[in-house]
Design a protein around this ligand. Sequence first.
Ligand SMILES: [Zn+2]
Length: 173
Amino acid sequence: MRTRINSFMQEFIADAMLLKLARWLRIFGVDVDFADLPDNQIIALLDIHRSKALLTQDVQLHGRALHRGFKSFLVPRLNIEAQLAAVYKEFNLNLGDFPSKTVCPSCNGRLEAVKKSEVKEKVLENVYKSHRKFWLCKKCGKAYWEGSHWKRINETAKSVKALLAPPKPTKSA
Ligand SMILES: [Zn+2]
């Protein structure tokens, strides 16, 4: 039996096969622990963090997690946009919070908008000169800016939103 969760603060533990999905969810502001661990240790982690939901593509691990009463979602083997949409739909998450709540894709730390001068030593000169807005990860100290990857991120967000939108009613002639 699966419980449907209607919280938009749902946090996750992703297994080793889902690094790409974990990174994308973080970019969109979702808290995801990446657990490159044996199944037994993932189950133990779920036992410690009972509010977190497992994201996995492993049918056996998914079954074990459900059997133990943990939240688990079997991520479909589709492209990244469709996977993101599936997770958003299943857990009723809100993509509208992006990008204000973006989480560090590397370490799952919180990002903080900072003054440009604070990143001077952390980024290349051409990046520093050509951008105005910067963020720093509070946990690992990595600097972020709206670089070329930003376009791809916005495009992905758009695709996910389109997949989540209810189908448009067909116009009658
Ligand atoms: Zn970080």
